[in-house]
Design a binder for this molecule. Structure first.
Ligand SMILES: *[C@@H]1O[C@H](CO)[C@@H](O)[C@H](O)[C@H]1NC(C)=O
Ligand SMILES: *[C@@H]1O[C@H](CO)[C@@H](O)[C@H](O)[C@H]1NC(C)=O
Length: 413
């Protein structure tokens, strides 16, 4: 969907740090980044990113116009190429994700092992404590968030886990000085972006803690390598969130980084499109049904719209379809404050819509498919494996057969 408006102007020339911050602890790394690389641009980025967000973090070579090639090379440090090279020497033939996974203590589960939120509910004693403040009234929020951590592309999950010993398995946490008002599951659809995922977790954990939420993370990954069906893996993850007894879910793309901690990750009364103002999109809202990037929605509303469509393959469509579902039920789409609701989007290799005509055809009749195509369907995915990692629940979802017409091969468009 973001393809619609991939209009990016230019990038600052950012150089890679020559020093490798790996050996220093993570926090040290964050600070040393500024010293070791006395590179005025990185300094500049960190200092002004919140005031003057530009597309430094996201240059899309396809849409950036004439100087794109050059700009693209300059910001290429955001692409995980470095990690991949590094890892391919470490472990030939093993993916980055597998390397991360091997290093962790993991508990294997089935959906039936998780019982209606009881097993996982926070057991801390809060008798007599008062309710936590709503994010809007919370005096601990800091406002603009430095974005320099986005430059660290070799952060490891184990490092993030070790600086957050207060998290329970599954990346769960709840405040112990007040009663949380919101029990939230952040659902991250995942494919091949380990370095983005690690940074996102590193980034979100302190924000969610400051917001005094009861939270956990669900990383939902498609089993196998065939065409992506994001709708199905998100629906599958919602079923897990139901088991965990959350009040709402937040669907969060792995490359979306909030620029301000006052953007509320709490449970909204009406579907809340958190990712409304994004660096790649010129911080503008492009059409009314846009809900991609980050969407918070209550369990009841998600069931009412029958979840995401299961019918979109490859890339794009399911988010706009969701927007149409929400509007077709006359729900409003809540959006954050344009100042505090900004996101940086990390650069990645652009995926092409393989079958745009099929997508448009489906979108035209999105409203008519609400009742029949979605969460309701029980035969569109299978959960192959589910694990509880230190920082998140990790589920692998088989999305079953890809219909032939979606295979594109370039002729369709
Ligand atoms: C939404 O509002 C329109 C116009 O007021 C109305 O015709 C329609 O029936 C409503 N739809 C639902 C699902 O309530
Ligand atoms: C789900 O399916 C059932 C049975 O087909 C139907 O009664 C129900 O309305 C559907 N739910 C939604 C949200 O469409």
């Amino acid at each position: 969907m973001y393809i619609v408006a991939g209009m990016v102007r230019w990038a600052f020339p950012i150089k890679r740090c020559s020093a490798h911050p790996k050996k220093l602890g993570l926090l040290v790394a964050v600070f040393t980044l500024g010293y070791i690389c006395i590179d005025r641009n990185i300094f500049f980025l960190d200092r002004v990113s919140s005031k003057l967000p530009r597309d430094i973090l996201s240059v899309d070579s396809k849409y950036a116009g004439g100087s794109a090639k050059n700009a693209d090379q300059k910001v290429d440090l955001y692409h995980s190429g470095v990690d991949e090279m590094h890892l391919s020497e470490l472990s030939k033939g093993v993916t980055e994700k597998e390397v991360e996974n091997m290093k962790q203590t993991v508990q294997y589960l089935t959906l039936d092992d998780i019982r209606d939120g009881q097993a996982e509910s926070n057991t801390k004693k809060l008798d007599g404590a008062s309710m936590c403040p709503e994010v809007e009234d919370n005096p601990n929020m800091k406002g603009p968030i430095p974005q320099a951590v986005l430059l660290i592309d070799n952060l490891k999950e184990s490092e993030v886990a070790s600086i957050h010993p207060e998290l329970s398995p599954g990346g769960q946490w709840a405040p112990d000085d007040c009663k949380p008002r919101h029990k939230v599951a952040v659902i991250i659809p995942y494919r091949d972006r380990q370095s983005h995922l690690t940074r996102l977790l590193y980034f979100l954990i302190p924000i969610l803690k400051r917001q005094k939420l009861d939270f956990r993370f669900i990383v939902t990954e498609q089993w196998g390598n065939d065409l992506f069906n994001k709708g199905r893996i998100m629906n599958a993850a919602f079923r897990l969130a139901e088991r965990l007894g959350t009040d709402c879910v937040i669907f969060h793309d792995v490359d979306m980084f909030p620029q301000d901690d006052r953007n509320p990750y709490s449970c909204p009364p009406a579907p809340r499109h958190l990712g409304a103002f994004v660096s790649n999109l010129g911080y503008q809202l492009w059409y009314k049904e846009i809900v991609g990037g980050a969407l918070a929605i209550s369990m009841a509303d998600y069931r009412a719209v029958n979840g995401y469509s299961n019918m979109y393959w490859a890339w794009g469509g399911e988010d706009d379809d969701m927007g149409k579902r929400i509007l077709s039920l006359n729900y409003t789409i809540e959006r954050p404050n344009p100042v505090t609701g900004r996101y940086s989007m990390l650069k990645h290799v652009k995926r092409k819509r393989t079958a745009p005509k099929l997508i448009y055809k489906l979108l035209e009749i999105a409203e008519q498919r609400v009742a029949t195509d979605g969460l309701n369907e029980t035969d569109k995915w299978n959960v192959v494996k589910m694990e509880v990692r230190p920082l998140y629940y990790h589920m692998y979802v088989d999305v079953l057969e890809v219909p032939e017409e979606w295979r594109g091969n370039g002729k369709e468009s």
